[in-house]
Design a protein around this ligand. Sequence first.
Ligand SMILES: *Cc1c(COP(=O)(O)O)cnc(C)c1O
Length: 463
Amino acid sequence: MANPKSKFKTIIEPFRIKSVEPIYMTTEEERKKLIKKAHYNTFMLHSHHVLIDLLTDSGTSAMSSKQWAGIMVGDESYAGASSFDNLKNEVHDLTGYPYILPTHQGRAAERILYGYLGGKGKIFISNTHFDTTRANIEFTGAEAIDIPTPLAKKHDSPDHFKGNIDLKALEKLLVKSAKNVGAVILTVTNNSGGGQPVSLENARKVSKLCKKYKVLFIIDCCRIAENSYFIRHFEKGYENKSYRKIAQEMFALADGCAMSAKKDGMVNIGGFLALKNKSLADACTNLLIITEGFITYGGLAGRDMEAIAIGLREVFDDDYLTYRIRSTQYLGEHIRNMGVPVMYPIGAHAVYVDAAKLYPHIPSDQYPGQALVCELYIKGGIRAVEIGSVMFGKYDKNHKLIPAPMELVRLAIPRRVYTQSHIDYVIEVFSEILKDAPKMKGIKITHEPKFLRHFTAHFEPLK
Ligand SMILES: *Cc1c(COP(=O)(O)O)cnc(C)c1O
């Protein structure tokens, strides 16, 4: 996996390490006991017992020395803090939107915006609503409709921009019910759709349709820098544009954005809402003051706003983004070449393994994804998450499982945290997993709560 600027294959992390956090080594024997104690649910493991934590890329980034310096100069004044000015100027410069509302994380921005726009009878349309987006919309009584491009279903085709929205389906919905549409939301990259990117062409056409039918166009911009990488390298006409310029072009097409800064903001907590329209911003500001905080800090401390402002600039750095995307691809392509079935092309923030294909002898009601998650932990101390029938499965009247459409396991890569040798280790663990795949056994659920069962369910391996 060559770096375009270098003839060498090794991906050099474009940073050196100034502060380290120890990883505690465990043996396979110890991990067998630990996972049993956690009822074979990796959410119940203590983080000290995890060697490589690929559970999520959210809020797990390593901050830079500049961001830590920013933490120290954070202005904690209740009103008129300079840290708010720094955040506001940075977000304004990036998005072009004049009204910036800081929130404690992405879902708070969603609750405020969709809480105001939603309500019974309203519909929201997206390439794919992220879980918290859908939950905040449905909580108001509105409906959330996903219309990803039909390409998204071709899990092994080399097509790019499988994160796009289906424009034909969008126009159909707008013709039928434009006056009930709360907003059209483009999630870039499409997190719940395998982390696949959205093209500028697609965004431009969405913008045109939204203008034609007079509906609001919002960007869920959690990973817009990572999305820009794919546009520059795979969409015609953008080869020579900077990643930041490409993102600015996309923002210019929409009426506003909601962001979880825990992703491409490269911080551990934070988010914001940014809007073009004054009356919408005024209505949202009222809700911000009631539920988050005063307008110049929202749900954040001054130091958090300072760190986000710096992170938003660093994330568009050429060398950083090259390293970021290349190292995710490095993992995905290596295990794919070994024979591990993965969603392809590899997205930006995670590699998705198709556990149903890896373990074709394990039926959905014996949860092949959860079996792989446990195997990754036992064999290598690696923590991943099942995105399959444990997370999305439902029961029919006779308590028979209605499986999820796919049995995936997500390996999410935290930003700037792991080096190539950590990733090489993950690849090595997969070669062991492949060897034992034919004799792998499924898993059963022994205890489950009513909602969001994947967080706390208990499991037991089948004999
Ligand atoms: C993480 C995420 C959110 C929600 O943000 P939180 O900071 O976790 O509240 C919304 N949309 C997308 C696409 C996300 O990835």
